[in-house]
Design a protein around this ligand. Structure first.
Ligand SMILES: NC(=O)c1ccc[n+]([C@@H]2O[C@H](COP(=O)([O-])OP(=O)(O)OC[C@H]3O[C@@H](n4cnc5c(N)ncnc54)[C@H](OP(=O)(O)O)[C@@H]3O)[C@@H](O)[C@H]2O)c1
Length: 103
């Protein structure tokens, strides 16, 4: 089994990815921008039928800052980079979305 980091565990796709990884027996980590989102993520995982959501490890990291990412990825076999800043309006330039996600 692998250790996998899923970025954006509080998001729609992130939650589903985490559910699949936990069900397959992997060691799973996720990032949230704000630690207070952990309770929401755990509630969503329970709602989704996760057998042991408390085995998920949380790391705080924001794509617009470097802090926290090194700690989150160290020791991981894989990173599933699901988090992405999504604007409520159509961006004027595609790089407004691409650069934060890529960096
Ligand atoms: N849903 C779909 O049907 C679908 C289809 C095709 C592609 N996608 C793509 O899949 C990705 C995820 O979609 P989704 O539907 O899961 O979106 P979502 O529910 O809005 O989740 C986005 C996730 O990214 C996190 N995030 C946003 N800005 C961030 C930042 N600056 N730093 C760190 N994390 C940040 C959010 O955290 P917070 O909770 O803190 O906001 C959340 O966990 C997007 O790129 C989307 O375009 C989605």
């Amino acid at each position: 089994m692998s250790t996998v980091l899923v970025t954006g565990g509080s998001g729609f796709v992130g939650i589903h990815v985490i559910l699949q990884l936990l069900a397959a027996g992997h060691t799973v980590r996720t990032t949230v921008r704000r630690p207070e989102r952990q309770a929401d993520v755990l509630a969503m995982l329970r709602e989704g039928g996760a057998a042991s959501p408390e085995s998920l490890a949380f790391f705080t990291a924001d794509l617009t800052r470097d802090d926290g990412w090194q700690k989150a990825v160290t020791g991981c076999d894989y990173v599933l980079h699901v988090a992405s800043p999504l604007s409520t309006s159509v961006p004027k330039d595609e790089n407004e979305m691409i650069i934060p996600a890529r960096d």
